[in-house]
Write a protein that binds this ligand. Structure first.
Ligand code: GLY
Length: 619
C-alpha cells in the first residue's frame, strides 16, 4: 500500500466518524517557545486540550509533519526517522476509550489489512497517583474477542509503568513541567516476525524479548493517549476539566506495517531517495549493514533538512537553524563513509525526490524546491571545505587522544566512529573513555539548556505569555498603521520575559517611528479595550479585515480575535483596533497589559525586521 493511500484512508475514516480535518501546522511552532519543532500532532492543539474552544469542534483529524531530534542516535535502524508524519485524531472532551480503541483497531485491521493475530497492545500499569488502566484492558479484550482472539494479559495485552505507557511532551509525570497536559496511553505493536534480512542483530531470539522491547521485531505503530491530567505547580496531577483523546500514528510505520515490510526506508516515503544515493555512491542499499545504515541516515537527514528549509528555517548557529546545520553535516559525514565526498553539493540532487514524495501533502516543498536546493548546496559546500581542512589537521596530529577526538566532534561535527576510523587507518587506537566523558558533559549541558527552555515557556508562566500574546496583536496592527499595510507578520515567538515579532518592512525603523508605535499601543492599553473572539469561516474572516499569519495554512473554520468592539465592521477603526485570525488564548481587557516598550529593533534578512518588546509587570 502506498503512503498516500494510508494517509487518505485514515483521514476519510475519521471524517466519516464526525471529525473535521485540520491542516498540518508548520514545523516551527508559532508562539510556543517551549520547543524548537512541532514533534507531535497534538502540539499545535495544546490550548484546546487544556480547554480552549476549537473553531472546528470537538473531533479533529489530520496528518501533521514533525521533527524528533531525540531519536537522532537511533536513526540508521529499520524504523527511526527524525522527520516523520503523524496521523492524529483528537477528542476534545468528547469520546474516550471505548470509542477510540475499537475505531483504531478497525482502521488498522479493515482499512490497512493488518492481521489481528499480529497485533499486541499495551496499557498503563498504574503508579501511586493514577490507577492501572483496567478499563482499556477490558475494552481491548472485547475488541480481540470479536475477531476470535482470546486476549490474555501478558500474552496479548501488556501493562507497563509510566516510562513506557504515559505520554506528555516531556515524558513521564515526574518530568512534566507545571501546566503540561498528559496521561496514560495505550500503544499498538505489529509483529513483523523474524524477518532478519535487513538486520545485523536478532535480539528477539533472546527469551527476554517482548512487544514493548526495542529490538525492532515488534514495531510500535500507534498510540492512543488518554490526555486527562495537567501537572500542577505543587507537583501533583490534576484532572483536566475535559477528558481528551490524543492519538498519534507514524505514517512511515503504518505504511511499513501495511506492506508487512519492517523497513520504513524501503517504503515509498524513502525508496526514491535511497535509489539516488545508490546511484551516486555506486553501492547497493543491501550491500552490507554499514552501507544500509549510512544510506538511511543520509536519506533521513537530508529529507528532514529539505522539509525544514521549506518551512523557512535557515542554517545558522542558533536554535532551529543549528539543528538544520547539524543534520546536513551529519548527513555529509555519513555520506562520506559511502564514498560521497569532494563534490559536497551532491545533496542537492536529493531535493527533487523529497519534493515528489510530498507534492500532494506539502506542495510548498515543490514550489520552493529550487530555492531549497541552492541553500542546501551552499551549506554542504561550506561544510565540505571546512571538513577537508579538519581532516588535514588530523593528519598532522601524531597521536590522537579522546579529548582531541571530542574537540573534532565539537568544532567539525566529526562523529566518534569517523575519528576512530581515521585513526585506525593510521594504525592508532583512540581511547573512547575520554571522548565519552567529554561527550556526556556536553550532552548534560544541552539537556539542561533544553529543560530551561521548556520551563521558560507557556507552561510555567501562562499569565505573562498570554499578556504578551495580546500585545503582539496590538503591535502587528500598530506597525501597519504607522509604517503601512505592506507590513506582514513573518514570525512570532513569546517567552514569559518578552515578545519577539518578525515582519516585512524594507528599512530600519527611526526613533520617531518606534515612539509612535509605542504610544499608539499604550493608548489602546489605556483605553482598556475588550478582547473577544468569534468563530467564522476563513473566507469571511479575511473579508471582515482579519489579519492572518502569512504562509500559515488554516482550517475552514477559524477563531478571530478582536481588540475593541467586536461587532464593529471593518473600517470603523475607532471602535475595533485589531482583528486577527488566531487560536488564542488572550487577556480579556487590554488594561491589564502594563506599559508596552520596544527593547530592540533589528534587521533579520532582506526586507524583514525583528522587534523585541515587553510589557511592564503591573498595569
Ligand atoms: N501525541 C501522541 C504521541 O506522540 O504518541
Amino acid at each position: 500500500m502506498k503512503s498516500a493511500d494510508v494517509r487518505r484512508k485514515y483521514i476519510e475514516f475519521f471524517v466519516k466518524r464526525g471529525h473535521k480535518e485540520i491542516p498540518s501546522a508548520a514545523l516551527v511552532p508559532e508562539n510556543d517557545p517551549t520547543t524548537l519543532f512541532n514533534s507531535s500532532g497534538m502540539q499545535p492543539l495544546i490550548p484546546y486540550l487544556l480547554g480552549e474552544e476549537h473553531p472546528e469542534g470537538k473531533r479533529l483529524v489530520n496528518s501533521q509533519k514533525g521533527v524528533r531530534m531525540q531519536d537522532i542516535d537511533e536513526v540508521g535502524d529499520n524504523r527511526h526517522t527524525i522527520f516523520f508524519e503523524m496521523l492524529g485524531n483528537w477528542s476534545l472532551g468528547d469520546y474516550f476509550k471505548k470509542e477510540q480503541l475499537p475505531w483504531i483497531f478497525e482502521f488498522v485491521t479493515r482499512e490497512l489489512g493488518l492481521d489481528p493475530r499480529r497485533l499486541y497492545v499495551t496499557v498503563f500499569a498504574g503508579n501511586n497517583s493514577v490507577p492501572k488502566d483496567t478499563e482499556s484492558i477490558k475494552v481491548w479484550q472485547e475488541i480481540f474477542s470479536n475477531v476470535g482472539i482470546e486476549a490474555e494479559e501478558n500474552e496479548r495485552i501488556f501493562a507497563y509503568p509510566a516510562a513506557k505507557n504515559w505520554w506528555s511532551r516531556a515524558g513521564e509525570p515526574d518530568k512534566m513541567p507545571p501546566g503540561e497536559p498528559g496521561g496514560p496511553d495505550s500503544e499498538m505493536f505489529y509483529d513483523f516476525g523474524e524477518q532478519l534480512h535487513l538486520h545485523e542483530h536478532s535480539p528477539w531470539k533472546d527469551e527476554t524479548c517482548h512487544p514493548n522491547c526495542d529490538c525492532g521485531r515488534y514495531m510500535e505503530i500507534c498510540n492512543s493517549v488518554f490526555m486527562q491530567f495537567v501537572k500542577q505547580a505543587d507537583g501533583t496531577l490534576k484532572e483536566l476539566s475535559q477528558k481528551n483523546v490524543d492519538f498519534g500514528g507514524g505514517l512511515e510505520r503504518l505504511t511499513a506495517a501495511s506492506n508487512d515490510n519492517p523497513d520504513v526506508f524501503t517504503t515509498d516515503l524513502f525508496s526514491s531517495i535511497i535509489r539516488i544515493i545508490e546511484g551516486l555512491s555506486k553501492k547497493n542499499y543491501t550491500d552490507e549493514p554499514k552501507t544500509t545504515r549510512a544510506m538511511r541516515i543520509v536519506a533521513d537527514h537530508i529529507k528532514c533538512s529539505v522539509m525544514m528549509l521549506a518551512d523557512g528555517v535557515l542554517p545558522s548557529n542558533k536554535l532551529q537553524g543549528y539543528v538544520l546545520r547539524r543534520l546536513v553535516r551529519r548527513a555529509l559525514l555519513h555520506g562520506r563513509s559511502l564514498g560521497l565526498a569532494g563534490d559536497w553539493k551532491y545533496v542537492g540532487q536529493l531535493v527533487t525526490p523529497v519534493a515528489q514524495i510530498y507534492e500532494d501533502a506539502y506542495p510548498e516543498v515543490v514550489t520552493k524546491a529550487q530555492e531549497i536546493k541552492l541553500l542546501l548546496e551552499e551549506e554542504a559546500y561550506r561544510f565540505g571545505k571546512s571538513l577537508e581542512k579538519g581532516l588535514k589537521k588530523i593528519e598532522k596530529i601524531e597521536k590522537l587522544d579522546g579529548t582531541q577526538a571530542f574537540k573534532l566532534y565539537e568544532s567539525f561535527g566529526f562523529p566518534w566512529e569517523m575519528t576512530e576510523e581515521i585513526a585506525r587507518s593510521r594504525g592508532q587506537v583512540v581511547e573512547k573513555g575520554e571522548f565519552a566523558k567529554a561527550f556526556k558533559t556536553h550532552q548534560d549541558k544541552s539537556r539542561t539548556a533544553a529543560r530551561g527552555m521548556f520551563k521558560g515557556g507557556l507552561a510555567d508562566h501562562s499569565e505573562e505569555v498570554v499578556k504578551l500574546h495580546t500585545a503582539t496583536h496590538l503591535l502587528h496592527q500598530a506597525l501597519r498603521i504607522i509604517l503601512g499595510n505592506h507590513v506582514q507578520q513573518k514570525g512570532s515567538n513569546i517567552t514569559a520575559e518578552r515578545l519577539r515579532f518578525d515582519f516585512s518592512h524594507p528599512s530600519k525603523l527611526s526613533e520617531e517611528e518606534i515612539k509612535k508605535i509605542e504610544n499608539l499601543i499604550n493608548e489602546q492599553i489605556k483605553k482598556d479595550l475588550p478582547v473577544s473572539f468569534k468563530i467564522t469561516t476563513y473566507t469571511d474572516a479575511i473579508k471582515d479585515g482579519a489579519l492572518a499569519f502569512f504562509g500559515e495554512r488554516y482550517p475552514e473554520k477559524v477563531k478571530v480575535y478582536s481588540v475593541g468592539n467586536p461587532s464593529a465592521s471593518s473600517g470603523s477603526r475607532n471602535s475595533v483596533f485589531s482583528r486577527e485570525i488566531c487560536g488564542g488564548p488572550h487577556v480579556e481587557h487590554t488594561g491589564i497589559l502594563g506599559r508596552f516598550k520596544i527593547m530592540k529593533e533589528e534587521a533579520l534578512g532582506a526586507g524583514t525586521r525583528r522587534i523585541y518588546a515587553t510589557v511592564s509587570k503591573t498595569p
